[in-house]
Design a protein around this ligand. Structure first.
Ligand code: SF4
Ligand code: SF4
Length: 416
């Protein structure tokens, strides 16, 4: 492989064995481990003027302070691990698993995608059978045996009333199904009102397996991916709609990576669908929502789906959007850290969440997001910190302007 073949280097389809053949190609520019604005240069185009990164970027570097916890430090360790020059220790495991998987280093690095190598290092640690943090093992067990992150019975899953077959399949995900059912009900209702032929897997829907992917448990992840893909094939759907940023990244990128082939259906985030329905005049938000809000870009939508949510917000009469300093491509993690930080390193997750919630509160009294994991984390943080910050979901906000009643959904939320 030619190291100057950037197109080849940045492919997300590399497997652990292929990574192991690498020599370290980090050019030690320090961009991912530095404070201060960085102008990314990807060897293909000059960045637009003023397109520099914010001062603070990598959540784990901000919390743990040492360069070891940034892309550059982790890469050096990963390469030594791949070449068997170092052993897996608790310390090495913690350094790798405190990566929030936010992907900011992928945006900045002029050489390649550091986060993909960190993922490969986690895969290497898993494949050596080394002990992982206990909460992570519980998540694996829950995904494998109960089919959801929480280890709950599938009958406790909130299932939107949708048919079993259709052109589009709405995949609700664990957080919406078990913690925030109002988001699933509202999305199903909006899609039905727009006349879409949309179906759902019902109680047979199971976790997308994102935690297994982000933790490097490739065996479990492939098993989950294969099962989910087969279930969707049976519905006849040729497009999947997800309302969780983690499900989006997983279906869109990680499943093709795991299967080493393209999926037989297109994957769309709900904001891509809703913004298009508004553009086509199939949805018309008419009821004014006279509030000042800010928008939090989830890490897994940040660089690919950042215009569509803003188009939805622009379409709501009366709404005033004030951006946070770190927005769009340069958004900052909510603290959940692909749910691994949240479950395994709660102090780090809480501090990252506090930083982000405070940034939101400086911009507006209400923060809106497009991922139930971010929603839950920001809502929990605002409450725990006693902040005067309302947290909302973009579909719930749109439903307000469309006049879709949320009474029954609010009731379900209280029960959850
Ligand atoms: S993915 Fe995010 S947390 Fe992990 S090293 Fe890169 S910037 Fe830091
Ligand atoms: S990983 Fe990339 S951004 Fe970080 S120091 Fe190396 S070349 Fe620079």
């Amino acid at each position: 492989m030619a190291y100057n073949d950037r197109e080849t280097l940045v492919q997300e389809k590399w497997t652990l064995d292929q990574f192991k053949e690498w020599q370290d190609i980090c050019i030690n520019c320090g961009a991912c481990a530095a404070h201060g604005p960085i102008i990314p240069h990807n060897n293909e185009e000059l960045p637009p003027p003023n397109w520099s990164s914010p001062e603070h970027k990598c959540p784990s570097l901000e919390y743990y302070k040492f360069k070891t916890f940034a892309g550059q430090g982790r890469l050096a360790l990963a390469v030594n691990l791949f070449q068997d020059k170092i052993q897996v220790t608790d310390s090495l495991t913690n350094i790798m698993y405190t990566c929030a998987s936010c992907g900011i280093c992928n945006e900045i690095c002029p050489a390649y995608k550091p986060m993909q190598v960190i993922l490969a290092a986690k895969e290497d640690i898993c494949s050596r059978g080394k002990q992982l943090p206990e909460p992570l093992l519980e998540l694996f067990e829950n995904m494998d045996t109960a089919g959801n992150l929480f280890g709950l019975d599938k009958r406790a899953r909130a299932v939107p009333k949708l048919p079993e077959t259709g052109e589009y399949l709405y995949f609700t995900g664990c957080y919406t199904s078990y913690l925030l059912p109002q988001i699933g009900y509202v999305n199903a209702e909006i899609l039905k009102q727009a006349g879409m032929d949309v179906c759902h897997l019902g109680e047979n829907e199971t976790c997308c397996g994102e935690v297994a992917r982000q933790a490097g448990n490739t065996e479990l992840f492939r098993k989950i991916a294969l099962s989910n893909i087969e279930k969707v094939k049976k519905t006849g759907a040729d497009k999947i709609i997800v309302s969780c940023a983690h499900c989006y990244k997983t279906w869109k990128e990680a499943y093709p990576w795991a299967m080493q082939e393209e999926l037989p259906f297109e994957v769309l985030h709900i904001t891509e669908v809703l913004s298009e329905l508004i553009r086509q005049g199939k949805l018309t938000p008419e009821i004014p929502v006279e509030r000042n809000i800010t928008y939090h870009d989830p890490c897994f939508l940040r660089s690919q789906v950042n215009e569509q949510p803003r188009k939805i917000l622009e379409s709501i009469p009366g709404l005033c959007l004030t951006e946070m300093e770190r927005n769009g491509r340069w958004s900052y993690c909510c603290g959940s850290g692909a749910k691994i930080a949240l479950n395994c390193y709660p102090d780090y997750a809480a501090e990252t969440g506090r930083v982000r919630a405070e940034e939101a509160a400086k911009a507006a009294a209400e923060v809106v997001t497009a991922c139930p994991v971010c929603y839950n984390q920001l809502r929990f943080t605002a409450k725990a910190e006693g902040m005067d910050l309302r947290v909302n979901d973009i579909s719930l906000l749109l439903a307000e302007s469309l006049g879709i009643s949320q009474e029954m959904y609010a009731q379900r939320e209280d029960e959850s």
